[in-house]
Write a protein that binds this ligand. Sequence first.
Ligand code: 8YV
Length: 320
Amino acid sequence: MSDFAVLIPTPTMPLIVDGLAAKMTVYKIWEQADEKAFLAAHAGKVTAIAGSFHARKIDEAFMKQFPNLKIVSNFGVGYDGVDAAYAGKHGITVTNTPDVLTEEVADLALGLLLSTVRELPRAEHHLRAGKWPQGPYPLSATLQGRTMGVLGLGRIGKAIARRAEAFGVKVAYTGRNKQAGVAYPYYADLTALARDVDILMVVAPGSASTYRIVNKQVLEALGPNGILINVARGSVVDEPALIEALKAKKILAAGLDVFEHEPKVPAELIALENTVLLPHVGSASVATRNAMGQLVVDNVASFAAGKGPLTPVAETPWKA
Ligand code: 8YV
């Protein structure tokens, strides 16, 4: 057993809890009747924090409670729930779960795009509701002849772009920089990209710099035949502006796997017919979630064994 003690703030998959408990002390905050008293008694022993940080953010104030904290192991490739900049400045390593979910999320993105443009959930509902004998489901829009603008051409963005090309969809992208060795046309400006494409695929991480960057102006540029797909973070899209654009048919439709205040989803989005809405299931297959969970465990275990983290984030590079 390692002398590491890992704190898990909110319930998470047994693979993570049991995997860590086999190697070190595990503190499950949610099981403590008096959390404050528990933390006061154990804060000095905590060397790691692990889990999902959507509901409970690991911000500066939270980390400051643990003077011996060394590593925060985040379940998910997006680590907007952790103040990695603070961690980086204070010698705390942050890890995430890249690569193991790339293809799964890209598959889901294409499924959501097809569902949105071809109205698959509503067509299925037409059958299930017994409406087919009264007449066929109305004709839908098409994926063919479209161009996709990828906002955030990272690992997942590239995997989505490869799939889009296989469907005959042209690809362009925007992001912080033009990428060497990438042949897709690059746009420095998101609105200019939106104007030239009719699918906007949001894959950019959630952060202060991407907060609501898909705004009214971008949606209007996308235009009345435009489709917005978001598999990244709800915070990247201005949700009220999106609702207005969908209502006024300023864009054709939206497929969303993520929401600004999930698991709460605005009733207005639910009421709209030109939306396909999923409960953040991008990576949610058994195989992929197990791989992500194992990487959460392996990052802490490797660190505790003195071998360093396996997948540290950019703000906390590991110096061997
Ligand atoms: C997970 C995700 O659903 O990896 C991410 O960034 O958003 C998803 O894969 C989530 O992090 C699990 O809590």
